[in-house]
Structure formats: C-alpha cells, structure tokens
Design a protein around this ligand. Structure first.
Ligand code: HEM
Length: 408
C-alpha cells in the first residue's frame, strides 16, 4: 500500500500572522519534500532548498518572471496588466535593456553620495524618538522610525522636496500591504494613487530635464552611451516600482531586525561593544527576517527540479525565507548571530538577473539606522504586543511599541 504523502500548508496567511515564518514546516519540507506540489488553491510547486531557489533564480529561460506577483488568482486584471509592464515582471531581453538603463542610477557612487542625507534622516527620526522617551513616552517603532526612513530616502533619491514627503508616503501606502485584508485598499484607491504618482513622476522628470543635476533622476533620463533611454511611460513605471519595492521591504527589515535584537539581548550588547560588526549584523538581519518571503516563477518548458518533473506552464514558487535557514549552507541556521561570516543569504534574491537593485541602498539605510540607534540609546525595550502582517508574501510587522532609553 502506498504511503500517503504528507500535506504541507504553506501559504495560509494565518500561519504567518501568528508567529512570523513557519520555520518548522519549512525545515520538514526541505528534508522530506524540497520541491513540493501544493495542490488546491492555489496550485504550485513550493521550492524550499537554497540550492534549488538559486537554480530557479539564475535560469530565467526556464523559469519566467512574467507572472511573478500573481500567485493568488484574486489579483485584479488591471493590477496584473500594470505589474506585467514593470521590469520586475519581465524576462530578457526586455528586462535586460531596462535594467542596464536603471543600473546607471544605482551605482555604488550614486548611492554612497546619499550617505549624509540618510544620516540626517536617521538622526532626525531617532532624535525625535529620544525626545519623547525623555518625556516618559513610548513610541511605535514601525510608524515612527521603520516606515518613514525608506520613504524619506526614496524622496531624497528622487530629489522630491521635503514638503512632498507626506503625499508620496500616502500614495505608496495605498499601493502596498501584501495580502493583509486590514491594509488592503480598494483597487480603485490603489489605481488612483498610481495615477497621482505617475503625474508626480512626470513633474519630477520635467523639472530635471530643465534643471539637470548630479542625481539619480537626471541619470535615468539621460540617454546612455549607446543611445538607450527610458520612455516617459517606462520612467513612470520605474518610479512606481521603486516606491513599492524600496519601501515595505526596508521597513520590515528595520522593524524585524529590531525585534530580533529584543529577542537576543546578548547580540545587542555585542553590537554596543563592537559597532564594527554592524555591516555583518545588517546582512544577518536580512537573512533572519527575509522581508520578501517568496516570489513566483512560471516554467517555460518541461524541466526537472529537485527530482521532480515540472511541466511547461506550472507555477513554481521560491521561498527565500526557507532557503535562508538551509542547514546545508548556513552553520547553526536557527541562531541569530550578528557576526555571521560568511553569510551568503539570498534575502535580496537568488543572484539572477533580477537581483535586488536596491540591495546596496537598503544595506546603507539599515547600517546607518542601527548605528544611530546604538549611538543614541543604551537600551530599547519592547513594551507591548507585536502585531504582525497577515501575509505569506511579505514578512512584516504592523505595530511594535517600544520604550527607548537614551544614553545619559
Ligand atoms: C528586487 C528584496 C530593498 C528595489 C528584489 C527582489 C528581492 C528584493 C527578493 C527580487 C529578486 C529576484 O527576483 O531575484 C529586497 C529586500 C530589501 C529591498 C529584502 C530590503 C531589505 C530595496 C530597495 C529598493 C529596491 C531599497 C530601491 C530603492 C528593487 C527593484 C527590484 C528589486 C527595482 C527589481 C529588480 C529587477 O527586476 O531587475 N528586491 N529589496 N529594493 N528590488 Fe529590492
């Protein structure tokens, strides 16, 4: 008699809301069913081992990105059409052309030039929080520090004036929220926010065409040495992608990293004693939290993966959250170690053509933020319940009340 195959539920958002990622389940899947057919609604292959996630990411000719965000059939057709025009959801050669243009704006030099601005933003946010702490108040770390930081940085990167921050914050909040019903806006509200953001992107482009500067927008608008440039529509879509891809991810890395440090006070003490560990700590935070848990690909032809026969057209979902705890690659994968070295995590993607464009920027933001917190605070205490995002896609935190104690 054939043994019944175990059933692994892996996308139910309730699993994630209760306790973060279901790491015990991921471990069982990596060991017993690393490429697992998830039958039902939705129907897909779940890929949980590091090696297989990397293989899928690096072979866009076998695994297309064109439907990467569409795992749940509920995605509205208009939203899907819009998504498919973005670089994130495209394959070579369309993706290659756009990526080589936008890469010009994201060179290490261009990003490093933002360091002083990022430091000012962190000092303002943390300074304000310290002032409130001195007055005996507690704050919500997500709303007052983790969420504004990436948003303000994107405004800076776009050259948007400070007085426009609130409206850009509002538009991007209406466009994100994972699959959490509490945060999901009416599709019409999202579409309206996208339209407003587009016309804002056009204004920015017009301003920079008239008054070019040594900034990222100017570089994106200028034709490259081979004459290639983004069309007006491609520029709008890219700004929309940045506001979504660069915001929620970094926000959740910052708050998830803070939570990991609460849960491991010895690691906070290690950082206070030796801040030179910070760059490693930031990568460990991205591994530990894995703010983007998964993305979908579509098999382009019949192929084999982890011993399974995958048919052309099958949905294949890579779970970065699982791969980042794979004991075949990481020593003591369930230990949070701010000095971890080497740390070949794939929180920014498995190294293929879509590898996160903002990885260097995100690392810089997180390093400066935690540096500022260490410089300003002797202790940070969690004072209430952490409310998590109800999403299997984004590993996020909605609220985290804390009390800060500045150095005297
Ligand atoms: C792509 C994660 C921050 C912009 C991605 C991908 C992941 C990711 C997993 C897909 C990789 C793949 O499919 O192989 C993260 C995490 C972040 C972060 C965990 C923060 C800790 C940012 C920031 C920006 C950004 C700050 C920009 C301001 C992008 C863009 C893409 C991307 C534009 C699409 C690249 C392409 O299609 O070629 N990111 N990201 N990300 N990310 Fe990030």
């Amino acid at each position: 008699m054939a043994l019944l195959e175990p059933v692994y539920e892996i996308v139910d958002p309730d699993l994630y809301e209760r306790g973060g990622m279901p790491h015990d389940r991921f471990r069982a899947m990596r060991e017993r069913a690393p490429v697992y057919r998830h039958h039902g609604h939705p129907d897909f292959w779940a890929v949980t081992r590091y090696e297989d996630v990397v293989h899928v990411s690096r072979h866009p000719e076998l695994f297309s990105s064109h439907e990467r965000l569409a795992l749940f059939p509920e995605v509205e057709p208009e939203a899907r059409a819009l998504q498919q025009m973005m670089m994130l959801n495209q394959d070579p050669p369309d993706h290659t052309r756009k990526r080589s243009i936008v890469n010009r704006g994201f060179t290490p030099r261009a990003i490093n030039a933002l360091t002083d601005h990022i430091r000012d933003i962190c000092q303002d946010l943390v300074g304000e929080a310290a002032g409130r702490a001195r007055a005996g108040e507690e704050i919500d770390f997500v709303h007052e520090i983790a969420a504004p930081l990436p948003l303000y940085v994107i405004c800076e990167l776009l050259g948007a004036p400070v007085e426009d921050r609130d409206k850009i914050f509002d538009w991007s909040n209406k466009l994100i929220g994972g699959d959490d019903p509490e945060l999901q806006s009416d599709p019409e509200v999202g579409a309206q926010a996208a339209t407003e953001l587009y016309s804002y992107a056009n204004e920015l482009a017009a301003r920079r065409r008239e008054d070019p500067r040594d900034d990222i927008v100017t570089r994106l608008l200028r034709p490259g040495p081979d004459g290639s440039e983004l069309s007006g529509n491609e520029f709008e879509l890219f700004i929309l992608l940045l506001s979504v891809a660069g915001n929620e991810t970094t926000r959740n890395a910052a708050s998830g990293g803070m939570l990991a440090l609460f849960e491991h006070p010895d690691q906070w003490a290690r950082l206070l004693a030796d801040p030179s560990l910070l760059p490693r700590a930031v990568d460990e935070i991205v591994r530990w939290v894995t703010p983007v848990n998964m993305f979908r690909r579509t098999a382009m032809q019949d192929t084999e993966l982890g011993g399974q026969e995958i048919a052309a057209g099958d949905k294949v979902v890579v779970f970065y959250g699982s791969a980042n705890r794979d004991g075949e690659v990481f020593t003591d994968p369930d230990t949070f170690d701010v000095g971890r070295d080497p740390n070949p995590h794939i929180g920014f993607g498995g190294g293929g053509p879509h590898f996160c464009l903002g990885a260097h920027l995100a690392r810089l933001e997180l390093t400066v933020l935690f540096q500022t917190l260490l410089d300003t605070m002797s202790t940070i205490k969690l004072t209430g319940n952490v409310r998590r995002l109800r999403s299997s896609f984004i590993n996020g935190i909605k609220e985290m009340p804390v009390r800060l104690e500045p150095h005297s």
